[in-house]
Design a protein around this ligand. Sequence first.
Ligand SMILES: Cc1cc2nc3c(=O)[nH]c(=O)nc-3n(C[C@H](O)[C@H](O)[C@H](O)COP(=O)(O)OP(=O)(O)OC[C@H]3O[C@@H](n4cnc5c(N)ncnc54)[C@H](O)[C@@H]3O)c2cc1C
Length: 208
Amino acid sequence: MSIGQAASAAHHSVAVIGAGQAGLSISWYLARSGIEHVVLEKHRAGHAWRAERWDSFCLVTPNWQCQLPGFPYQGADLQGFMLRDEIIDYFDAFVASFNPPLREGVTVRSLRADQHGFVLDATDGVHVADQVVIATGGYQIPIIPRCAERLPGDILQIHSCWWSAAANPAARSRKTCISAAARFTSASVMRRGCHGAIAARMSSNGCI
Ligand SMILES: Cc1cc2nc3c(=O)[nH]c(=O)nc-3n(C[C@H](O)[C@H](O)[C@H](O)COP(=O)(O)OP(=O)(O)OC[C@H]3O[C@@H](n4cnc5c(N)ncnc54)[C@H](O)[C@@H]3O)c2cc1C
């Protein structure tokens, strides 16, 4: 970082990258401890739940397990399972409950360390932080096996997700695909996909 950049960069005790439940939970604890920080989010808080789940999505984890910090599930149906819009409402209410120092629509393009601390090159400028929490989610890059290239063109191929088949049979009938496939899921798809076309069909059925 140049001297000019160092002078103009925003300096934070902690920069949190990503405003999913992990990043915002960290923010809640930082706020409770009075630690100055910023949360940089590429889209909107809760983006994965808001934009990367299908319309009829339903949690596989029961409501009593929904324990965002300081904000446990407050409804009457403890043994029930929230639907997508209920999850978003719950998430939004959590955010509103503590007003985190959130900057939405800001993508962190690179992160490196220098003599000033951690330097984050983001779309709203340069940030410098003493500590950085990377909470960008675990399901970003699907692993597509090379053998997928050899499958006939009439087979629909999508990167899949192990949650969906068990969690939400209704979702299987929808002709949609989850954009956020689990890396670990994709690995299992890779193994199945390599057995050929029928296996590939099965793996896509798990997702649509
Ligand atoms: C299909 C499916 C079903 C699931 N079902 C359940 C369930 O029933 N129960 C359950 O507990 N969990 C479930 N999960 C898991 C749950 O969704 C994840 O564990 C959770 O979303 C992870 O939260 P996170 O904050 O780590 O990441 P995310 O929610 O992915 O948040 C990461 C955030 O980082 C942002 N970001 C990424 N890169 C950058 C960048 N460079 N700069 C700035 N911001 C960035 C993203 O926009 C995003 O908002 C499911 C997951 C999937 C895929």
